[in-house]
Design a protein around this ligand. Structure first.
Ligand code: NOJ
Length: 556
């Protein structure tokens, strides 16, 4: 396929999208939680960073049992975060700056406080209201056993038994995540129709796209058969699971694509589909389905040239089949930050214990992690396609490991019986200023202290702040700004061809159109090819590229 020029092709083929975890981005009203107005006031920062779009994590009314991924009303804004007028203003001002907006849609489950779920509880077995969710009678003599052996992603059984109106134990409902997140029944026409209305509601308000939560989970295998193994399912399961990646999900995306295409401008959707191998991901990206799908093969790679190259090749080959662009991602609000992962050799989605997931802090060499994360940034931003950056990645924020147990909020913590500390460590509110006032500038109200923030910030947090990094020409923030500016001006970057160059097994080196070379060194120092150095992730040793360093070169 020959691509049209960069300015003529659909924006998502090349876009760098910045993920905003709204609760932790910027607090405008002093309640220690981020909000819509906080995002609006930081639009100039985002513009100066050079990103093309922002993805805002769920901002809907929610009891916040899973920080917004438990939605009580899909067509409004969480009062703690603002209101619909704030959202409209944000969309307009972002658009005026040339920044697109992607909102998060959560179709696999709602909150148990959604009016439909309350209605289902009240209506009783066999009712139309219960059919919108997945209610079943239990097994055993008195229905005392769950309908099957499924476990929730956050730990424990995926079924919860309710008490019926007569006060007796009754049916069970399915929740693949927290108990407060009942799964919708996507075989139910009303559910399908409802989500089409939700999409239109936000498209009418001008959003450019949707990030689809658990995009591989909405359809469950007929008859809800037992899983092959009775263990806690990861989002990326090692074996086929009756609730992940069922063929039926594609029919939903085909109908959604029609809605997206019926709107003016290029509207898109990106799938959070933890699916493997790459050929299965490509199915979500067929021409009449979704625009992007996060590349979790890339995100779950260790810092290893061979593994990364295999996964890059595998992904590019699979999406080529369907003519879709790649969507590279190293971080999001669900995984240990890449600074720590790359230093400790962690691969997200594997391991049972907190130690497996989060690694041994005593072994953490933070400088090594930062060095590798910076090199990784130049790798990711030079690869063909688009990229997703998670807030704070541009500051090389490490994982926060010293949140006191009594301040942990992730449902994983309680659902794992307090054995898995969960994901709070990558969600700590951003440090904007070096000084502690206003929770390191996270809050516009200076009286808010670092421990008043909804997740407490550590006292070392300020050294990573935007303010500190603005002042330091070698900071990671400046590295991202320079990289994004180069990326924007290079016609050959973004989607398009790449060619590997062989420079040894510990080096990833590839060319892009325009004599552009990206070289990432995972091993001992190497001699650089002739050319003009456009950018490097760390100091070079004259003509040599040190270990764990990446460089962009205009070759001669
Ligand atoms: C994936 C989201 O990214 C995660 O934060 C959430 O807990 C689950 N889906 C459930 O909605």
């Amino acid at each position: 396929m020959t691509l049209p020029s960069r300015s003529a092709r659909q924006w998502w083929r090349d876009a760098v999208t910045y993920q905003i975890y709204i609760r932790s981005f910027a607090d405008s009203n002093g309640d220690g939680k981020g909000d819509v107005e906080g995002i609006r006031t930081r639009l100039p920062y985002l513009k100066s960073l050079g990103i093309d779009a922002i993805w805002i994590t769920p901002w809907y009314p929610s009891p916040q049992n899973d920080h917004g991924y438990d939605v009580a009303d899909y067509m409004d804004i969480e009062p703690d975060y603002g209101n619909l007028d704030d959202a409209k203003r944000l969309i307009k001002e972002a658009h005026d700056l040339g920044i697109r907006i992607i909102v998060d849609i959560v179709p696999n489950h709602s909150s148990d406080q959604h009016p439909w779920f309350k209605e289902a509880l009240a209506a009783g077995p066999g009712s139309a209201a219960r059919d919108r969710y997945i209610f079943r009678d239990g097994k055993g003599e008195n229905g005392e056993l769950p309908p099957n052996n499924w476990n929730a992603v956050f730990g424990g059984p995926a079924w919860h038994r309710i008490t019926e109106k007569d006060g007796k134990p009754g049916q069970w409902f399915l929740h693949l995540f927290a108990t407060e997140q009942p799964d919708f029944n996507w075989e139910n026409k009303e559910v399908r129709g409802y989500f089409e209305e939700v999409l239109k509601f936000w498209l009418d308000l001008g959003v450019d796209g949707f990030r689809i939560d658990v995009a591989h989970g909405m359809i469950k295998a007929e008859g809800l058969p037992d899983t092959p193994e009775k263990d806690s399912p990861e989002m990326l399961a090692a074996v086929a699971m009756p609730f992940w990646d069922q063929d039926g999900v594609h029919e939903i995306y085909r109908s959604w694509r029609k809605i997206l295409d019926s709107y003016p401008g290029d509207r898109m959707a990106v799938a959070e589909a933890w699916v493997s191998p790459a050929s299965r991901i490509a199915r979500y990206l067929r021409h009449d389905e979704l625009a992007n799908s996060f590349n979790f093969d890339f995100l779950t790679s260790p810092w290893d040239a061979k593994v990364l190259r295999e996964r890059i090749d595998g992904s590019l080959a699979a999406i080529k089949e369907v003519g879709a662009p790649a969507s590279w991602v190293f971080n999001n609000h669900d995984v240990v930050r890449s600074v720590d992962r790359f230093a400790l050799g962690l691969t997200p989605g594997t391991g049972e214990t907190t130690l497996d997931r989060q690694g041994d802090p005593a072994k953490l060499d933070l400088n090594l992690g930062i060095k590798r994360a910076r090199a990784g940034a130049l790798l990711m931003l030079a690869l063909p396609g688009g990229a997703y950056i998670y807030q704070g990645e541009e500051l090389a924020l490490p994982e926060v490991r010293d949140i006191p147990e009594n301040r942990l909020t992730d449902p994983r913590w309680r659902m794992s019986n307090f054995t898995d500390r969960g994901r709070d460590g990558c969600r700590v509110p951003l440090p904007w200023k070096s000084d502690q006032a206003g929770a390191f500038g996270f809050s516009a109200h200076s009286s808010v202290s670092p421990t008043d923030a909804w997740l407490p910030q550590s006292n070392w947090w300020g050294s990573f702040s935007v303010e500190a990094q603005e002042k330091n020409a070698d900071s990671t923030l400046h590295l991202y700004r320079k990289a994004l500016a180069i990326r924007a001006s290079e016609e050959g970057l973004g989607d398009g061809p790449m060619t590997w160059m062989e420079m040894g097994e510990n080096v990833l080196a590839f060319g892009r159109p325009g004599n552009f070379l990206c070289i990432v060194n995972f091993g001992e120092e190497i001699l650089l090819p002739m050319g003009e150095v456009l950018l490097s992730s760390g100091p070079l040793n004259n003509e040599r590229l040190p270990k764990d360093t990446a460089v962009w070169i205009r070759s001669r």
